[in-house]
Design a protein around this ligand. Structure first.
Ligand code: AMP
Length: 480
């Protein structure tokens, strides 16, 4: 979902972009607790806020518990106990903090002529601002600045009398990337946009069902994998079981390659592929295409870890953990008054001098976005005594922003959009720099490569992006 500043006016066309994790549970005595565990597993997809809505069995209606922070900060026993019922949906969100951020926390919950409904969204609607204009003209009053709320209004205003038809009508008007969950008092709906940009899968848990972004969520609730929800498929899960409906015209599939490069957890299967195995292949291909004589391969943890392992396996160069990550760094930390060199990166990543000193080091990360992290890391390695530092990236140069649900800066802030590899090498201060070629990246997903979107690397955007949408900014977080 995407949000913009202030609820008064229209959003500045998706000014704030979010990556999100979603989970839905249907027909389980501990639905909210399982949703909570699912969100725990999907924490990497959004760390700013979390929320769960459950369907109340006794008095009807939906109950919500949402808050700012990590899943563990938002929920305690008491809040989970306040979420009764056998059905729940949950959302982790990656966005702005503060009051306007709080308003946008999902699931969005409303009451309308169909009764109560809660919606969770992973992705980004490219026509949200157009739809919102139209809705505001017709008298809609928006509570949030999120593109997801547009869907809620479309649903509530639907001329259909049947709930399923109204959900179908609402999502049919949306364009862009959307993996969505709708919870009503009678059903759980799950839908993936016709191009299938973001993942969504179906599993079983006990006698009930689970729908989630990645299989790592399924593992934690002890669920079993059933299948991917197909691009363009709408599922209605209710007391009669699962019904599958195709609501969109068929479109070429455009699954996000960056889910494999960086975003998904390596222990997950997304788009039917093991992320871990794909990353190993990326690392191996990187060694084949950009190999260099060196003493040690050092991953940038955690983002470069598995590609570095693949690189090591292919090249035979020893792998050492020459950068150690502090896993306990919170959202903010108080800096000392007197400046400490490279404090910002060092608080998260610290070099191991005995590994780096006097050695020719290959540093491996999954991507270079602005180049600021890589620059600091090269400096850290040099300060720790590395004789040479060669930077290798397990994806091609990131030349374009994502309009389909991954948080990226403006094109002008992407270092590779305007600078050559040699310029970037000079900027980050490495002895050499090389990226994985695009063809090698696409090979890593095998015969299915036609089903992937790699627009951030190729500039080939599968879905037209309205001009206003391209004016977005934001890439506020350093989220390794
Ligand atoms: P930069 O310093 O801007 O070049 O950022 C590079 C680092 O950001 C790499 O370590 C990536 O793993 C990480 N990264 C790449 N894409 C994203 C994203 N969408 N959100 C957060 N971090 C990212």
């Amino acid at each position: 979902m995407t949000t913009g500043p202030g609820s008064e006016g229209l959003p500045a066309s998706g000014r704030f972009r979010e990556e999100c994790g979603i989970v839905g549970i249907w027909d389980h005595p501990e639905a909210a607790r399982l949703a909570y565990l699912g969100l725990y597993a999907l924490q990497h997809r959004g760390q700013e806020a979390a929320g769960i809505v459950s369907a109340r069995p006794d008095r009807g209606g939906l109950v919500a518990q949402v808050g700012v922070g990590h899943v563990a900060d938002v929920f305690d026993r008491e809040r989970l106990d306040a979420l009764p019922g056998r059905a729940a949906v949950g959302h982790t969100r990656y966005s702005t903090a503060g009051e306007s951020g709080r308003r946008n926390i999902q699931p969005i919950r409303i009451e309308c002529k169909f009764g109560h409904i809660a919606v969770c969204h992973n992705g980004n609607l490219v026509n949200a601002h157009i739809l919102r204009h139209e809705l505001v003209d017709r008298g809609s009053i928006f509570r949030t600045t999120s593109d997801t709320e547009v869907l809620v209004h479309l649903f509530a205003k639907s001329g259909q009398t049947d709930e399923l038809e109204a959900v179908a009508e609402a999502v049919r008007q949306a364009q862009g990337a959307f993996s969505l969950l709708f919870l009503t008092e009678d059903a759980l709906y799950a839908v993936r946009d016709p191009r299938g940009f973001r993942p969504l899968l179906l599993g079983r848990v006990g006698d009930g069902y689970v729908v989630c972004s990645e299989t790592c969520a399924l593992d934690l609730v002890d669920g079993t994998y059933v299948r991917e929800i197909a691009p363009g498929e709408l599922l209605r899960i209710d007391r009669d079981g699962v019904r599958s409906i195709q609501v969109f015209e068929e479109a070429p599939v455009s699954q996000c390659i960056f889910e494999h490069v960086y975003f998904s957890r390596p222990d997950s299967r997304v788009f039917g592929r093991h992320v871990y195995r794909t990353r190993i292949r990326l690392g191996r291909a990187l060694a084949q295409h950009t190999g260099i004589d060196a003493d040690v391969v050092v991953p940038v943890p955690d983002s470069g870890l598995i590609a570095a392992l693949g690189y090591h396996q292919e090249s035979g160069i020893p792998l050492e953990l020459g950068l150690i990550r502090n896993h306990y760094v919170g959202r903010t930390f108080i800096e000392p008054r007197q400046s400490i060199r490279n404090f910002g990166v060092r608080v998260k990543l610290n070099p191991v001098p005995s590994i780096l000193r006097g050695r020719r080091v290959i540093l491996i990360d999954d991507s270079i976005v602005r180049g600021t992290t890589s620059r600091k890391l090269v400096q850290l390695a040099r300060n720790a005594g590395a004789a040479e530092v060669h930077f290798r990236v397990s994806s091609p140069p990131t030349t374009g922003p994502c309009y389909y649900g991954i948080d990226t800066p403006l094109r002008s802030e992407l270092i590779a959009s305007s600078q050559s590899v040699e310029d970037i090498r000079a900027y980050i201060g490495a002895d050499s720099l090389a990226y994985l070629p695009l063809e090698a990246l696409m090979d890593s997903v095998g015969e299915e490569q036609d089903r992937y979107c790699a627009a951030c690397f190729s500039g080939n955007y599968p879905l037209a992006v309205p001009e206003a949408e391209t004016a977005r900014t934001l890439f506020a977080k350093d989220r390794r």
